[in-house]
Design a binder for this molecule. Sequence first.
Ligand SMILES: Cc1cc2nc3c(=O)[nH]c(=O)nc-3n(C[C@H](O)[C@H](O)[C@H](O)COP(=O)(O)OP(=O)(O)OC[C@H]3O[C@@H](n4cnc5c(N)ncnc54)[C@H](O)[C@@H]3O)c2cc1C
Length: 382
Amino acid sequence: MQTLTFDPVISSEKEAALRLKVRRFLQQYGDFPTADLIDSWTICDADFSKALAEQGWIGMTWPEQYGGGGCSYLERYVVIEELLAAGAPVGAHWVADRQSGPLLLRFGTQSQREFFLPQIIKGECFFAIGMSEPNSGSDLASIKTSAKRVDGGWLVNGAKTWTSWAHACHYMITLCRTAPVSDNRHAGLSQLIIDLSADGVTIRPIKNLAGDEHFNEIFFDNVFVPDEQVAGTVNDGWNQVMAELAFERSGPERFLSSYQLLEASIGELRQTKPDARAMSVIGQFVAKLMVLRQMSLSVASQLQDGKLPVNEASVVKDLGTSFEQDLPEAMRLILSVEPRSTTNNGVARLLSDAILKAPSFSLRGGTREILRGILARGLGLR
Ligand SMILES: Cc1cc2nc3c(=O)[nH]c(=O)nc-3n(C[C@H](O)[C@H](O)[C@H](O)COP(=O)(O)OP(=O)(O)OC[C@H]3O[C@@H](n4cnc5c(N)ncnc54)[C@H](O)[C@@H]3O)c2cc1C
């Protein structure tokens, strides 16, 4: 039987020193606003991204020739884990750093790398993910947005939806159909780098359950994309997207979205002499958190070794998002505080935000059922 690899990873002294450096850096910011602490990797603050860039914490693992840090995936893990645990607003550069840059490094042309990577590393160029469409989410191969060949490039028509931060991003790597559907429905797809300020692009916000406008629908009306902005190989977009999703699914953002609530709940319980049930619930969540950290670190170490641990990443996302999704309800049951969205302070606000945002945790980046399908295939069960 096929097995999953989660070899233990022990932090080096270099990584421990880096962790302290990130903590010291964060001290200058004090506490981030309570309203931004839950799911802080969706909070966009271009100035904060720029400050991280100045520390060399964007594009950390990328080659030095583009301005990258040439660091290991484990060093990157340390930095992003500390930022997320502190509730830092890392949303602006998140997608570009986590997946668009790595995608261009793997599949892009030399001139694309030279043009985009230094700008991303400086915290000046943000990317969105253009996969989902109004009638295509889990069944991504059914997308209808088309790119038709024209002189010097492609003409794009169609619509994308749920696109996080498209209104604040410069570019979007957009999955388009570039050849008619055939027996192999995964064939004929390509990824195009679309300039979101181009003629024919319309971006409209969608309000989420918490009342925020962080994601959007996007319409393309005869948008011209030059040949130089095809990412990777024409009609091989499916394989590229699958590689991109492996980067997207295993990081600590997949279990730390509601971490600030756990920390605040422990703080609140310390003051009120918790009963045995409350202590047991906290103990269970802390234990699960420690296991998830090790699993995610292990995936980072496999990425470092040049592997593509798709199945392991699916397990981390499935278990991790269950953890961060179950946390708000578990805390609500053991705290004596009621969730309140009208206050800007304290655990009541964190509880309210976490309850409203948690349903999305297991949807974005591939739903639980889809991940389990991938895993079943990986284990030879389907
Ligand atoms: C907060 C948030 C941010 C997002 N940001 C982006 C973004 O930036 N870019 C982007 O492209 N997309 C984004 N998405 C979209 C996300 O990727 C999709 O919502 C997700 O892939 C599911 O697609 P869907 O919403 O169409 O649901 P559907 O595919 O319609 O699924 C509905 C339900 O049916 C289940 N289901 C579907 N197919 C199967 C199957 N074969 N077997 C078993 N069960 C199945 C699903 O698991 C789910 O429970 C975002 C979503 C959220 C919530």
